[in-house]
Design a binder for this molecule. Structure first.
Ligand code: ADP
Ligand code: MG
Length: 728
């Protein structure tokens, strides 16, 4: 039977129905799929060690002939032992022992020439090789080594697919990589000295040396990074061709606003505002991201933009990820803008309000609100997803602001733009997820960046401590003391491990399909799965704290099952100091501002990313009192601790993000649910050179050929990538 790249794996003799199921679970269905299932690391088993030169403790590869091989049962431990004796042609002997793998005695027979790779150990009978991997060598027709005597690939060993099996499957098929069309233009390959695709695939699985393995990985990462960059640059170019209303800069208005602030702006805030005003004056749409650490004061900057746009006669929509945040922004903007007599509306899925003359606020029904919006009787509308879902029609939108933009998918951004016809509004997003520059250039490469890299004056450092079990009750005592002095506290709970987590095959396949799913779909999926578990955890923690630990305190809980009015009520009570301690899910992660809260306790902290933990911590230290962040873990392994310690040492969110990226690698840094990036591109993130080159290459390509007509293969690939990102 002739085989090709598209041959289903199930048709291969080495596969069969059982293995085909296992392969399918990791997304492998055809021979071509197999080539893109990349090893996660290598073992260098290149050099053979002569039998008379081995030492205990060494990892060695030897070549020898099997003399005899026998199974026996160990008397005490009832283990099956396979013991062989092998010798080289100089008559040096060595014992080899495998445990509980009796089948090996059927595979390796006396007289076989074998390569064995494993660890040398010593017992009372002398040296022996312990559970080595093995490969029979045909002395007459030498075949390429697959498992020993070379650099061998190690794959993620999931769903009962061993590296040994994958090597055995992949190696003889690798010649087929010659037939995979290489979509990278040769001019780029030459300029950046990149391997051909077939060479890269061969070398990434069975490298001649580690340098080539590295080059192969770079080539494959480059491909994905190039697609990402092409996609975003094209998007950026497209937006540049649209028109937006030019908003004149009105110095008097801004002066008046700044004079009325209860604080002075930081230089970073001034700079960001100035960049925004510059953009707004143009008649092409602004597409800018304000990136600033928690508490760096993004809201004020956004408010200035909203002010100047609404004073110019255009409407502004502000979208926040949660109803609580939308409410908070609604109040804050109403307060900040009260002297300007601007009508501000609030729209969430179960609430709609409007400011009359601050602090006077009125509830009105949705229809009325929408109606007033369409008649320009409201200048600024703040809301949640409802702004998209309710088909809000603004009479003349001038600016759209998205807060905590990492919480939204790419699609929602473009959807908001699509909902409005030309001229399209300017676009401003904000994120407090401090991401390293390399990452920012990648996932936000269609945006211009304004950095708030300076905190408002007089911010105190939050005392952060990792609390072990012994110190837990003392910590609770301390918290009670703080609360007696009038302060308030948060407790954040992660989700509890669920039964599906303990079922590895299911977990892996689910993970994998997520890794391939497009961003927004993936986010939705993860969010709903996580929510249920989080809520359970919050309820349990609430019970424990209110019944056992702090029966004397006023405790409340906040989680996703509450509707927005219930949530709002709790938040209002908490802000007013009527609740001492709030147990919450990561709902409160973003944006909440309660200056009297000075204690942040985080349970199961190892479950969260550092950036997220940093966000939680940013909920305290907002007032004049010394604040504390206490970190509890349920599992204290070395790596977790290393990460968590970074929370104590890193000076700010950016430094922390760099550390997190370094320690966990890009994949984990963003978590399965957040990145939307293909795995290889993720790996490339730790290599700024690849990003920079791919960006340059994409720029050159598009300058020369905006529609990529010269490279149809690449164009098709880009189209597939676009569909993958946009599919919902
Ligand atoms: P974030 O950037 O995390 O969204 P906010 O905009 O919520 O931060 O600001 C956090 C707090 O800092 C708010 O209470 C805000 O009023 C205050 N703030 C903002 N800018 C300044 C400043 N320049 N000086 C002092 N306080 C400020
Ligand atoms: Mg904010």
């Amino acid at each position: 039977m002739p085989i090709s790249l598209q041959t289903p794996l199930v048709q291969l003799k080495k596969v069969g129905p059982k293995y085909s199921e296992r392969l399918k679970k990791v997304g492998l269905e055809t021979i071509q799929d197999l080539f893109f299932y990349l090893p996660c690391r290598y073992e260098n088993l290149t050099d053979l060690t002569p039998l008379d030169a081995i030492l205990p403790g060494q990892k060695v590869v030897i070549q020898a002939t099997v003399n005899d091989i026998l199974n026996s049962r160990s008397p005490r431990k009832r283990m099956l032992i396979t013991q062989a004796s092998v010798n080289d042609n100089l008559q040096n002997n060595l014992r080899v022992i495998w445990f509980n793998q009796p089948f090996i005695a059927k595979i390796l027979r006396p007289g076989h020439l074998v390569n064995l790779s494993g660890k040398v150990k010593l017992d009372n009978q002398g040296l022996f090789l312990s559970s080595p991997s093995y490969e029979i060598i045909d002395p007459i027709i030498p075949k390429p080594n697959v498992h020993t005597g070379r650099i061998i690939p190690i794959y993620h060993e999931t769903t009962r697919l061993s590296s040994r099996y994958l090597r055995y499957l992949i190696q003889p098929l690798l010649y087929l990589t010659n037939y995979i069309p290489d979509c990278l233009p040769s001019i780029i390959k030459q300029k950046y000295k990149l391997l051909n695709l077939d060479v890269a695939l061969k070398q990434i699985h069975f490298p001649d040396n580690l340098e080539l393995a590295q080059q192969a990985r770079q080539r494959l990462s480059f491909d994905e990074m190039l697609l990402i960059q092409l996609y975003y640059l094209k998007q950026k170019n497209r937006i540049k061709q649209l028109t937006a209303p030019s908003i004149p800069f009105d110095l008097e208005t801004i002066k008046k606003f700044v004079r009325n602030l209860p604080f002075t702006l930081t230089n970073a805030q001034r700079r960001a505002a100035w960049e925004i005003f510059q953009d707004l004056q143009k008649n092409t749409p602004m597409n800018r991201l304000i990136e600033g650490d928690v508490g760096s004061g993004k809201t004020v900057v956004a408010t200035m933009a909203a002010l100047i746009v609404s004073q110019a006669g255009y409407q502004v929509a502000i979208m926040a990820p949660t109803a609580i945040l939308a409410q908070q922004h609604f109040k804050e903007l109403s307060q900040l803008l009260k002297i300007f007599k601007i009508k501000i509306g609030l729209l969430t899925s179960d609430d709609s309000q409007i400011t009359l003359r601050f602090p006077k606020i009125t509830r009105l029904n949705k229809k009325t609100l929408l109606n007033r919006l369409s008649k320009k009787q409201i200048q600024i509308v703040i809301g949640t997803h409802a702004l998209i879902q309710e088909k809000v029609k603004l009479a003349n939108p001038g600016l759209i602001i998205i807060d905590e933009q990492h919480r939204f998918g790419v699609n929602q951004r473009s959807q908001l733009i699509r909902n409005s016809c030309q001229p399209i509004p300017h676009f401003l997003s904000m994120t407090a997820t401090p991401i390293p520059r390399s990452l920012a250039l990648t996932i936000y490469s269609d945006l211009d960046l304004s950095l708030l890299d300076e905190m408002p004056h007089g911010r105190q450092t939050i005392i952060t401590q990792i609390i072990n079990d012994q110190a837990r009750s003392a910590t609770y005592q301390f918290v009670r003391g703080q609360i007696r002095q009038g302060r308030q506290a948060f407790v954040i709970c992660p989700r509890i491990e669920s039964s599906t987590d303990k079922n590895p095959p299911q977990k892996k396949s689910y993970r994998y399909s997520l890794a391939n799913a497009p961003k927004t779909y993936r986010q939705l999926f993860c969010d709903t799965l996580l929510k249920e578990e989080e809520i359970k955890a919050v309820i349990a923690e609430y019970k424990k704290l209110s019944e056992k630990i702090f029966p004397d305190l006023k405790i409340a809980m906040l989680h996703g099952k509450l509707n927005s009015q219930e949530k709002q009520k709790i938040m209002t009570q908490f802000k007013a100091g009527k609740i001492d301690l709030l147990v919450a899910t990561s709902v409160i992660e973003v944006g909440i501002d309660v200056p009297n809260a000075t204690i942040m306790m985080i349970e199961g902290a190892e479950r969260f990313g550092l950036a997220q933990l940093h966000q939680f911590r940013g909920r305290v230290g907002r007032g004049q009192h010394q604040s504390y962040c206490f970190i509890f873990t349920t599992n204290s392994n070395q790596q977790h601790n290393q990460r968590l310690k970074a929370l104590i040492t890193a000076k700010n969110g950016f430094e922390l993000a760099e550390k997190d990226l370094e320690i966990r690698g890009p994949g984990q840094f963003f978590g399965a649910s957040q990145s939307g990036l293909p795995d290889l591109a993720m790996q490339a993130l730790s290599d700024p050179q690849i990003i920079q080159r791919a960006r340059q290459a994409a720029q050159d390509l598009l300058n020369d050929d905006p529609q990529i007509k010269k490279y149809p293969l690449l164009k098709t690939k880009l189209e597939q990538f676009r569909i993958k990102i946009h599919w919902e």
